[in-house]
Design a protein around this ligand. Structure first.
Ligand code: SF4
Ligand code: FES
Length: 362
């Protein structure tokens, strides 16, 4: 069998070799950090996902070694495969940053600003995206879309006004269950997620639509309005489950299990899909073997007040040098002005939280 040829691709001044057929987004993810474009609809575990939301737009400043012409328009990085010698700009492209701002505004056109009452707040991809790439105010003056409330069963709550039409839940139901009961009805701004006949979604694995939904359109009815995610403590746990891997994340407050979800990786994607039994019916600590605190990005609101299990932010200072092609200009070097910090220790680079050994003892 012949080996897949390797292509050289440069994303934000960082060059990497990837197998032919890799998308720009996945090549950027291999580099990691801020270089990876945000993705609201692409989901590596779901076949055919991507190409719906346009948050992953990037600028291709050189098409390939053979044809170095730049691509005339920004391209969706989740749907465009790399060519040998391709050069891509993501955070170094003003055009891409500006377009992303527009996309965020577009996604928020009809989205209600109900984060204070939404169960997804604190772990919502749209909330994070708008903090990082959005404007502080909307220019939209018209009435927002509204929908008839639809009951889709005892486990999952559908809040259609929050949906961004990413199709992830449809692919999940299609690829994980043998009989899909819901889909997208209508077209244009009438398009909506629906079961058509008010059917209940009750397949063994259907709970996974909650985890893949990037916004609060599909939420867990058994957790609804019970707590805010940042007050709960995420713990990795497992059980011997006959249906799924049984590897989950428990969201606990004190001794109480408030919610069970699948574990997510650094891109916010489910590592292994879990069954409804684990998710909705095993809500006691004694049902689980607890492994320890989940790794949560330090930048996440969920990490606040949790001293174990925090991992560094996505941006690596080493990477930033390479991206901008020079040492970043600091307004102030803390080591020069502080007696407290040890000059050889960079607090943002140490693993886990800082403690007394990391500071000068005087
Ligand atoms: S309900 Fe959620 S997962 Fe489904 S299309 Fe809407 S935003 Fe995407
Ligand atoms: S992530 Fe690429 S279009 Fe949505």
């Amino acid at each position: 069998m012949s080996e897949t040829p390797k292509f050289k691709v440069t994303v934000d001044n960082i060059t990497i070799e990837v197998p032919a057929g890799t998308t720009i987004l996945n090549a950027a993810r291999m580099i990691g950090g801020e270089v990876a474009p945000p993705a609201m609809c692409y989901y590596s575990k779901l076949k055919d996902s991507g190409g719906k939301c346009r948050t992953c737009l990037v600028e291709v400043s050189k098409g390939s070694e053979k044809d170095p012409r730049p691509m005339p328009k920004l391209v969706a990085s989740c749907r465009t495969t790399v060519m040998d010698g391709m050069e891509v700009k993501n955070i170094t492209s003003e055009k891409a940053i500006d377009a992303r701002k527009g996309i965020v505004e577009f996604l928020l056109l009809n989205h209600p600003l109900d984060c204070p009452v939404c169960d997804q707040a604190g772990e919502c991809d749209l909330q994070n995206l708008s903090y990082e790439h959005g404007n502080e105010a909307t220019r939209y003056e018209f009435k927002r879309r509204t929908f008839e409330k639809e009951d889709i069963g005892p486990y999952i709550s559908l809040h259609m006004t929050r949906c961004i039409m990413c199709f992830r839940c449809v692919y999940t139901a299609d690829q994980l269950t043998d009989k899909r009961e819901h889909g997208i009805l209508e077209r244009g701004d009438h398009a909506q997620i629906s079961t058509m006949l008010n059917k209940a979604l009750d397949h063994d694995f259907i709970g996974n639509v909650i985890d893949v939904c990037p916004v609060g359109a599909l939420t867990d009815k058994t957790f609804r309005f019970k707590n805010r995610v940042w007050f709960t403590k995420p713990l990795d746990a497992h059980r011997d489950c006959p249906t799924c891997s049984g590897k989950v994340r428990l969201w606990m407050r004190g001794e109480e299990v408030f919610r069970v979800t699948a574990r997510k990786d650094q891109w916010g994607e489910v590592e292994e899909f879990i069954c409804n039994e684990c998710r909705f019916h095993k809500k006691e600590a004694k049902d689980w073997v607890i492994e320890g605190p989940s790794m949560i990005a330090r930048s996440s609101v969920i990490a606040q007040g949790h001293y174990a299990g925090n991992v560094g932010t996505k941006a690596s200072p080493i990477l930033i040098d390479k991206v901008i092609g020079k040492q970043p200009k600091f307004l102030m070097d803390i080591h020069e002005v502080s007696d407290v910090n040890k000059p050889n220790i960079h607090l943002s680079e140490i693993e886990g939280p800082a403690h007394s050994d990391d500071f000068n003892k005087k």
